[in-house]
Design a protein around this ligand. Structure first.
Ligand code: NAP
Length: 289
């Protein structure tokens, strides 16, 4: 059986490493390949999943939104997020899922944290932030504080969440150090879902001195693994969760959808750590799954 990932460009993806390791671990006769799908060819590529009877594919930048048009069924998360990162061919029909938010949630639960009843400060309003925001609102958080450099994007996301997830309590806060600092005493969990932290000279998003041991600080950037935000938070006694967990668990959920089998998570994390160390941030192309 053939599986793969559609993106453009795609050479940097860690998904082939994860899924081929998992297939080998379970003795499943399958191979997972990266496909560089030029946007004008996306429709043909999606139809080829049916024509060639692929088991399933992951979808990444820039195709996550566009593939929605050709799905026969959508999971509730994919519908709300407005993006698909996992396609499963079942009985000739294309089922679209989004496992990014679930992957994030599993990563922080795996580290012994619970989001129910918590106040979460989410930095960012791009594709990853939207997936995380939807999942958090579906998972019983008390309050979501949204901050983004372009405040109109945060406001649009907040309006969408309020309209579509009735119980969500959401506020937009300014992405300025003083404003973020003022809200931190009432915050339990801080999540960086911007691309800040990938580059050596990136600014600090929030003053590290206002983070304390009451906080869980999560970064979804995984190159570098120990981002300046996470290092500063650890220095203040905060608990932290790095971005590798989200990468691993979004893949785990996709693998479960396709095969019904569990991802060998410990083995995959070891392989991912080796790959991330081999390709540090300075030499790696932009990360994305
Ligand atoms: P995206 O849709 O392009 O969104 C980028 C976000 O970063 C936006 O909120 C943007 O703000 C913000 N941003 C970019 N440059 C900034 C700057 N100089 N100052 C302040 N904010 C800035 O990207 P995405 O898909 O959401 O991905 C975001 C990050 O998460 C990337 O680093 C990506 O590699 C990582 N990621 C990790 C995983 C994982 O599995 N761990 C999964 C997906 C993504 P504006 O709206 O103002 O531009």
């Amino acid at each position: 059986m053939l599986y793969g990932i559609f993106g453009y460009p795609i050479g940097h993806s860690l998904s082939p490493l994860m899924h081929n390791t998992a297939f080998a671990h379970h003795g499943i006769e399958a191979v997972y390949l990266p496909f560089a799908v030029d946007p004008p060819h996306l429709e043909m590529a999606v139809k080829a999943i049916v024509a060639l009877q692929l088991g399933g594919v992951n979808v990444t930048i820039p195709h996550k939104q566009a593939v929605l048009a050709w799905m026969d069924e959508l999971s509730p998360e994919a519908r709300l997020i407005g993006a698909v990162n996992t396609i499963h061919l079942q009985d000739g029909r294309l089922h679209g899922y989004n496992t990014d938010g679930i992957g994030f949630l599993r990563a922080i639960e795996e580290a012994g944290n619970d989001v129910a009843g918590r106040t979460v400060m989410l930095l960012g309003a791009g594709g990853a932030a939207r997936a995380i925001a939807v999942q958090l609102c579906l998972s019983g958080i008390r309050r979501l504080l949204l901050a983004n450099r372009t405040s109109t994007r945060a406001e649009e996301l907040a309006a969408f969440l309020k309209q579509n997830i009735s119980h969500a309590d959401i506020s937009v806060v300014a992405m300025e150090a003083s404003s973020l600092a003022a809200h931190l005493p009432d915050t339990d969990i801080v999540v960086n879902a911007t691309s800040i932290g990938m580059h050596a000279h990136d600014p600090m998003l929030l003053p590290s001195t206002v983070v304390s041991s009451q906080h869980l600080v999560c970064d979804i950037v995984y190159r570098p693994l120990h981002t300046p935000l996470l290092r500063a938070a650890q220095g203040q006694g905060a608990r932290t969760v790095d971005g590798l967990g989200m990468l691993l668990h979004q893949g785990a959920k996709a693998f479960e959808i396709w095969t019904g089998q569990a991802f060998p998570s410990a083995l995959i994390r070891t392989r991912l750590l080796e790959a991330v160390v081999e390709q540090p941030a300075t030499s790696a192309p932009p990360q994305q799954e």
